[in-house]
Design a protein. Structure first.
Length: 141
């Protein structure tokens, strides 16, 4: 019986250690999302879009786009609304490394809960009414 109690104690300790590590990993991920440096974003509309993406705020995200916004993922036309209904809250930049074209083209490291970590680009086109009319995204080399 003494051996069984030891196994129970050891199992409890191991489970606690694993849970503590998972909590630290989650906390680090949340910290990264909340503190990612967005100072390079010099276009206010793009900055609002990235802030909404980072926080998974669907209402803020969709409000920045035209009703007929186009999305191209690695050159393939996608359904904008369907794509981002699934992606928001599960995909985010982990760093923004380069900004070009007056703040409309972003390059950086990205995390997707489904696809993992990779380098990406986001190219925004702003149309009438200062709304985003087109977004091109994809893996960067």
């Amino acid at each position: 019986m003494k051996t069984l109690n030891h196994y129970i104690i050891y199992g409890t300790l191991i489970t606690s250690a694993v849970n503590a590590q998972a909590a630290k990993t989650l906390a680090a991920t949340i910290q990264n999302i909340n503190t990612m440096n967005t100072e390079k974003l010099n276009n206010p509309i793009v900055k609002q879009a990235i802030d909404a993406l980072q926080s998974g705020d669907k209402q803020a995200w969709f409000s920045l786009f035209t009703n007929d916004a186009q999305l191209f993922d690695d050159g393939n036309k996608m359904d904008f609304k369907t794509f981002f209904e699934k992606a928001l809250g599960h995909e985010r930049f982990t760093s923004i490394d380069k900004v070009e074209q007056n703040g409309l083209h972003l390059y950086g490291k990205f995390h997707s809960d489904q696809w993992g970590d990779f380098k990406t680009y986001f190219n925004f086109t702003i149309g009438a009414g200062n709304k985003i009319s087109k977004l091109e995204i994809g893996q960067a080399g």
